[in-house]
Design a protein around this ligand. Structure first.
Ligand code: UD1
Ligand code: MG
Length: 464
């Protein structure tokens, strides 16, 4: 199967006028570029349908071509052709023609129609006809190409809005732009296109009339779900498509048994895996790849990116986790911040305004309030008092703090790394620890308190 994805358009209607603008097809929907959604749908459709080994994906790029290619670097099964200047959808497919294998059919898709579902593509792939096009009924078809049929219902041609007569504009069956055709014929038809039309463009849609004239069987596969066909031509359409994608993600989560306080107030920008009985309160954002084990509860307005949370752990409101691994039955937040390399064992408690970075905390350890734990290796059942910080940075290099099991660090301690606190040690509140503290003992490192006998508070002289 040859796949051609059209992605050369500039996206003027998106307000992308500067050459530095992000190309339209790289605008993100649910955390991935629109074009990636189309590619994924194609891959999923062809894996079960046609033998995947013979899928040849060609992407037609134009505006911001380098940026688009860069975004998909390392995906060796994709090939790119540049269309410049952009003379219409037919001209775009023509640029891909030399890369298309005549022995296989060609499926054409648009890079700015990201909600298309693989099952819909499969319907098209299995349709009984030489040429099959995907259509949809729209009560407000303005702007789309209309499908013109004869009185027996056979497809005759597609007419673009701007070339249509008044009566053709009344037609409500529209062309989605997605079609499949025999490649050898397609190449012939593309070669015969003219740009004698309202937009002076080479329309891909004109191949339908040619196919009909040559007695090819043209079938229209009508898709019941018009949402899948939405194209993104403006910021408002981008937002609409994003909401639909989010609603889909929310529905999938609920189908897997997750409880969502409000399926309209969750954003999944990537992949979210959930175990059984997970519950998620409103306003949470999940980015990259996040996994929540059985019974995890996420409080309101948390942001979790590339993190995994163990069974029955609770993340309380307003917590921010990036690149963190949290064990089972832990309690995080409210207002906690876990940064990359934070690895917390089971039953760890991280409380409000505590930041943890590149540190491991053993089972049952706690930092409940106002602390900074960076580049530290912390044993089990350690208690870190409020206001404690690991001074891990000397201005040039980062150093590690090592804390054994059952250590108790008093409030407002500064642990100047590199430093080791032996197991069972107690560090007095307010200490600045710059040398290793031995196991099982109390270490105090602060100025001694003194009370001065005979001291008198100065008094103001009264003016006479
Ligand atoms: C097109 C169809 C119309 C259909 C509608 C569905 C044609 C002539 N019309 O119209 O029948 O109802 O889509 O959304 O095909 N592109 C290129 N190179 C070009 C021009 C466009 O790569 O020279 C790409 C665009 O980036 C976009 C896609 O092709 O991804 C469609 O182009 P667009 O200008 O949006 O076509 P429509 O006018 O919407
Ligand atoms: Mg369009």
């Amino acid at each position: 199967m040859n796949i051609v994805i059209l992605a050369a358009g500039q996206g003027k209607r998106l307000g992308l006028v500067s050459p530095n603008s992000l190309p339209k097809v790289l605008h993100s929907v649910a955390g991935a570029p629109m074009l990636a959604h189309v590619i994924n749908a194609v891959r999923a459709a062809t894996i079960d349908g046609v033998a995947n080994a013979s899928v040849n994906i060609v992407i037609v790029v134009g505006f911001g071509a380098e940026k688009v290619q860069e975004a998909f670097l390392g995906q060796g099964d994709l090939r790119f052709v540049v269309q410049s200047p952009q003379l219409g959808t037919g001209h775009a497919v023509q640029q891909a023609a030399p890369l298309l294998n005549d022995a296989m059919r060609t499926l054409v898709l648009y890079g700015d129609v990201p909600l298309i579902h693989s099952s819909t593509l499969q319907q098209l792939l299995t349709a009984d006809g030489d040429v099959a096009l995907l259509t949809v009924q729209l009560s407000q078809p303005t702007g789309y190409g209309r499908v013109v049929r004869d009185r027996h219902g056979n497809v005759l041609r597609i007419v673009e809005e701007r070339d249509a007569t008044n009566s053709e504009r009344q037609l409500t069956e529209v062309n989605t732009g997605i079609l499949i055709a025999p490649t050898r014929n397609l190449k012939t038809w593309l070669g015969a296109l003219s740009n004698q039309n309202a937009q002076s463009e080479y329309y891909l849609t004109d191949i339908i009339a040619q196919a009909v004239a040559q007695h090819c069987r043209v079938v229209a596969v009508e898709c019941a779900d018009s949402e899948q066909m939405l194209g993104v031509n403006s910021k408002s359409e981008l937002a609409t498509v994003e909401r639909i994608a989010q609603r889909r993600a929310a529905n999938e989560l609920m189908e897997r048994g997750a409880t969502l306080a409000d399926p309209g107030r969750i954003d999944v920008r990537g992949r979210l895996d959930v175990g059984a009985d997970v519950s998620i309160d409103v306003g949470c954002i999940f980015e990259g790849h996040v996994s929540l084990a059985d019974g995890v509860r996420i409080g309101a307005y948390c942001v979790l990116r590339d993190s995994s949370i163990g069974a029955r752990t609770e993340v309380l409101p307003f917590s921010h986790l990036t690149g963190a691994i949290v064990g089972a039955e832990a309690r995080i937040g409210p207002y906690a911040r876990l940064r990359p390399g934070a690895e917390l064992s089971d039953a760890v408690h991280i409380g409000n305004f505590v930041e943890v970075k590149a540190s491991t905390l053993g089972r049952g350890s706690k930092a409940n309030h106002l602390a900074y734990v960076g580049d530290a290796t912390i044993g089990a059942n350690v208690n870190i008092g409020a206001g404690t910080i690991t001074a891990n940075y000397d201005g040039a290099r980062k150093h590690r703090t090592i804390i054994g099991d059952d250590v108790s660090i008093g409030s407002n301690a500064v642990l100047v790394a590199p430093v080791t606190i032996g197991a069972g040690a107690t560090i007095a509140g307010g200490s600045t620890i710059s040398r290793n503290a031995p196991e099982g003992k109390l270490t105090v490192a602060r100025a001694r308190q003194a009370t001065l006998e005979g001291w008198k508070r100065p008094k103001k002289e009264k003016k006479v």
